[in-house]
Structure formats: C-alpha cells, structure tokens
Ligand binder design. Structure first.
Ligand SMILES: NC(=[NH2+])NCCC[C@H](N)C(=O)O
Length: 489
C-alpha cells in the first residue's frame, strides 16, 4: 500500500477497517472528495479576475477535454503497467529515464507542499470573516495561526493519525452540501441581464482578447482538478474493479459540473469587474450578496472544514512522495527513513520545514493564496506531461499491447493530455515558470546525491543538456526575481 500511496489523492490514506468493498456511489464520493479542497470556494473571483463569461465557458471546455484525457491516461497506465504503482513519477522514469523521472517526483512534491502553503493561507483568509486581523491570510497573525495549524497537523501525522473513512465521509458531505446549496440558491437569484451585460468580456479593456482571457483561467481550472490522478488507487477498495473507472469518470463530470456552475452562475449575481474585486473565498461574498451574512458564514465554515481535511491528506501525500522515491533510489535514501510507527518522519519533517519557510516568505512578500496555488499548479505539469507522453509512447511503439488491441484511442488520449500540459506551460506565463525553475533547479543536487549513493551513472548526454539548461534558467530566474524584474509571489 505504501508504494501506491504516492500516486494517490488525499483519501488514499483513508483506512477502511471494516474491509467492506465499496460500490459505485461510495467510490464516486471518494473520487470527488479527493479533488475538492480549497479551489472551488474561490472560483467566482479567480475565474472572473481575468475573464468574461464566454472565455470562462471556453476555459472549462478546454479543461474538460484535457483533464479527461489525463484521467484516461492514468487508467490505461494502471492496467498496462500495474508494476509501476508508485504513481506519476514512476511512469515518467520508465518512459524517459532517471533524470526526467526524478524531476517528475520532485515536481509532484513541490506542487504538493506549495499547495499546502496556499491551504494555510486560504484557511486564515476565510477565518478573517470572524477575526478580521487575519486579513487575506498573509498578515502576521494569520501566518502565526497557519504555523500552529501546520505543526498540529505534523504532530498528528507523527502520532500515526490517518484519516478514518468515517471522518472522510463527514468532511466530504460537509464540503459538498454547501456547494450544492450555493448552486441551488444562486440559480434562483441568477439574473440573465447581469450575466450577459458583457458576455465576451471585451467591454472591459483590461481583460484583453478572448485568447488572453482563456489563458488567465487555465491555472485555476487545473488547480481544482489536481488529485484526480490518484483515483485509480482506490481500485483496491472497489467491490468490482471495473467500477473504479466508472467512478472516476462520474466523479470527474460531477466536479466539472459543480465547478462550472459555481463560476458561471456567480456572473449572473455580481458583474465581472465587481466579482474580480471580491475577497477570497469568494463564494462567500456571492452567497452573502443573495442571502445575507449567514451565506458568508456557511461558506467560510465549509471552507475551513474542507481545507483542514485536505491539508491533512496532502501532508500525508507530500511526505509520501520523497519517502517512496527515497526507498527506490530516485531520491537520496535518507528520505526513505521510517520511524518505529512506520511514519516517514524525515520526509515529513523536511516537507513541513519547507512549508514553514514558505509561510514566512508569504508574510514578507505579502503573497496571495492565488499566487501560491498558481505555483503549485505549474509545478505539477512536469509529472502530468510525462505521464501523458508515456501513455502515448506505449501506444505508438506497441509496448505492452497485444496483437489485436486497440492502440488508437490510448494514443489519442496520451497525445491530448500531453498537448494540454504543454499548452498550460505556455498559458502559465513566464513568472510562474521562472518560479518553478528556481524550485526545480536545486533538485539536481539531490538527484546527483541519489545516483552517487547507488553508484549509477550521473547523466546521459541528453540529461546533461537538460540539467545545464535547468540550472541556467534557474539562475537567470533567480536574478530576475532578485532584482524585482519578475515577481511570482
Ligand atoms: N495541497 C495540494 N497540493 N493540493 C492539491 C489539490 C488541490 C485541490 N484540487 C483543491 O482544489 O484544493
């Protein structure tokens, strides 16, 4: 189980003591629960910040195609290469060699822990509704509170706490019910004239072309689906194995519907420029505009429950990535250490120290929740792109395919997922790519460390070129950020 945990979304760590096998409905709930964390609660503002209704619709369309392709990639890889159960990075490694594999693991890890920093920030931004001193989650009071939350979670995990299935179920209901209620209320209050006042967004010159507007939504829509890559791990708990594929697709479309409705219906309550100025979690402000303060209270509380649950799950997962890859030689062996309780304590400690450092940077840089999750979304593209490319490669070469087996569909989904990932690299924009280069480049030290430990050749020629390029871009990016020419925080 440990090895499979890595590819998993949060709820993998859910224990299932009764051992009962899950049916389609429960599996779908697990899939949804593993995706929904903080993202949905800020969708109204995050999507409207740079786009009008038309571009938002197009944005969800592109995401639907790209993410669904990725879902199929992971499903096909899980059946084609069941032995590669360590998740996204294992596919990247099998397909494109150890250096790319390492970077996929490193990037998945960065995404996981930077995402946790954003979680800490948004929890306190929500709590500021009750205690204004927390501001946007980046005041000193908020960072202090976030640090306490971080280390409480740390010690819970050290004590061997896992999310119990029952707790997970309650958290899932507590976060989904308010979202459904939100949609129900906002549908009724929806005003077509508000929604269609500036349908193309072209009336607001600051938004730019439709293309620009669509690009601005891409990291937001990616963020809310992160976690879906882990769904295949739930197969161990399925009553019928084939249910898991159905549950993943059902969970995907349910989330897509919830997300698209939350972002689009909000535009029929509050106009785009006003939505763009709303405080996050912005679902709170939208509901408050319709029903008054209890709406904001409900959403802010739902966010806290949802994100604290996701924070715990993603802490387990973030520690699991270097732990598993430390054990299989992808990362230095010390990451693989486990204490007597079987907790990957070294990996957990390093991960949370990094979260703590970033929280302090957040305070000084006045970083926003959005800047942080943009970094987390950008960082995950490396494992996603190479998983897609690996699935395409298998289908093209025919490796692991029997004679009469259909290769066209997996080839297509692999390619679509890869292209979606590359498009996102483009859409992410320079500042987030630079930030990622700064976070990826130091990984090379740990790669070399691990290779030495195992007496393996450091770089093949192509890998050496990649490594040099990464260091060069990292240094240049560091310089640009230092001088303040570019800023991502
Ligand atoms: N801590 C993380 N890295 N979380 C990633 C998952 C994000 C999740 N889809 C959300 O909306 O919250």
């Amino acid at each position: 189980m440990a090895a499979t945990d890595i590819s998993s979304a949060p709820s993998t760590s859910v224990s299932n003591p009764s051992g009962t096998r899950l049916r389609l409905g429960a599996l779908t709930a697990l899939v949804i629960g593993s995706m929904v964390g903080s993202g949905v609660f800020s969708l109204p503002q995050n999507m409207a910040a740079g786009a009008g209704p038309l571009a938002i619709i197009i944005g969800w369309g592109i995401t639907a195609v790209g993410m669904l392709a990725l879902v199929f990639v992971y499903q096909s890889l899980a059946t084609r290469k069941p032995e590669l159960d360590a998740g996204p990075y294992a596919y990247a490694k099998a397909g494109f060699g150890p250096f790319v594999g390492f970077n996929a693991a490193w990037g998945y890890w960065i995404s996981a822990w930077v995402g946790n920093v954003s979680y800490a920030v948004i929890v306190f931004s929500a709590l500021s509704y009750f205690f204004p001193a927390f501001g946007d989650g980046n005041t000193w009071q908020a960072v202090l509170g976030a640090s306490v939350l971080l280390w409480v979670i740390h010690f819970l995990v050290m004590a061997g706490v896992r999310q119990a299935a029952i707790v997970n179920m309650i958290v899932t209901i507590a976060k989904i019910a308010p979202i459904v209620l939100f949609i129900g209320i906002v549908v009724v209050a929806f005003k077509v004239d508000v929604f269609s006042a500036d349908f193309t967004g072209l009336g607001n010159a600051s938004l730019g072309s439709i293309m620009n507007q669509v690009k601005s939504t891409m990291l937001v829509t990616l963020w809310v689906f992160i976690g879906i890559e882990g769904a295949s791990v739930f197969s161990a708990r399925a009553e019928r194995r084939k249910d898991i594929a159905t549950a993943t697709v059902l969970g995907f479309f349910t989330c897509l519907a919830l997300y698209a409705l939350v972002s689009l219906l909000s535009l029929g309550i509050i106009s785009q420029p006003e939505l763009a100025a709303l405080k996050n979690p912005s679902m709170a402000g939208v509901l408050e505009a319709v029903v008054g303060p209890w709406g904001a209270i409900l959403i802010n509380l739902a966010l806290v429950v949802s994100v604290v649950g996701a924070f715990l799950s993603w802490t387990l997962l973030a520690a699991e990535v270097p732990h598993v890859s430390g054990k299989d030689g992808t990362m230095p062996a010390f990451f693989g250490f486990e204490n007597e309780r079987g907790v990957p304590s070294t990996s957990l400690l390093i991960t949370n120290i990094l979260v703590q450092i970033f929280l302090i940077i957040t305070l000084f840089a006045q970083s926003t929740y959005q800047a942080l999750f943009f970094i987390a979304s950008t960082a995950i593209l490396v494992p996603y792109i190479f998983s897609g490319a690996y699935a395409a490669k298998l289908a093209i070469t025919g490796e692991s395919y029997g004679g009469g087996q259909n290769r066209a569909v997996p080839m297509l989904t692999g390619l679509v997922a890869t292209i979606y990932g590359l498009w996102l690299v483009y859409a992410a924009g320079l500042s987030y790519l630079f930030m990622c280069a700064i976070l990826y480049a130091p990984g090379i030290i740990f790669y070399v460390w691990a290779r030495r430990e195992n007496g393996q050749r450091l770089f093949h020629p192509v890998e050496a070129v990649l490594a040099i390029a990464l260091v060069a871009v990292g240094l240049y990016a560091g310089y640009e950020m230092w001088t303040g020419a570019v800023s991502a925080l």
